[in-house]
Write a protein that binds this ligand. Sequence first.
Ligand code: HPA
Length: 286
Amino acid sequence: MAAVGCSVPYDDCKETADWLLAQTSTRPCLAVICGSGLGGLAELLSNKTEIPYMKIPGFPQSTVPGHEGKLVFGELGGKQCVFMKGRFHFYEGYCINKVVFPVRVFHLMGVQALIVTNAAGGLGDKFQVGDLMVIKDHINIPGFAGINPLLGTNDERFGPRFPCMSDAYDRNYCRLALDSALELGYQDFVREGVYCMLTGPTYETVSESRMLKALGVDAVGMSTVPEVIVARHSGMRVFGISLITNQVVVDYDSRVKAEHQEVLQVAHDRAQALQGLVAKVVEKME
Ligand code: HPA
């Protein structure tokens, strides 16, 4: 089947998957994507094998501060896992199919569930800086503008032409996370909410933020949605969590300005809590 646009052919994904399987005895059933400043999540793993993106055939490179650029294979909660320490963003100039390439590779390696983490700006009163938001749904704004990783010829070996997205985030995993938050004593700063992706790299104008708030968005960021779409396309179950690193400005008189350094600082300060929650969820996943 001919590929359209910049989609990465099945055989290229398979080649990378087979290459990775030859580098490690880990046979991952779970993949975790570590968001901005959240690479410390990979410290949870035991029996680690680390492979820099630079060495992996076909892999793009991370160009953003706070994204290290390696895969870490290992074990967590009795499960074989692969962690992405650093993800790829559309705003880095990668075509959308390159952004999701690792998820396709994970699928071909046998991964059945994906955990996505990110740093995001909070909208409204429901979330404060430092809160963790269990993602219950998303709004794909780039999709409205014709940027969707499934555009082009559909390769049925990955999944169906028209995948359902009304169940993108697994309800059981969301419940597991809220139960786990209660057990860990995190109930004051863990809640469910709706994530919205914009391409970035600009942060939002006041009017854009007000529009998102009116649409029911709880947190806004520049990632995650493409990976989730591709994971669902190939039948993976998905759990997502956003760390609220800043309050999005919805007031013209505000002197607050969004900046990446603040995002990284909050990610650093809340890393332990996020790691604790992810570890507990992984342990409870069947
Ligand atoms: N907007 C968009 N992306 C972000 C933000 C934000 O306020 N914070 C962290 N990522």
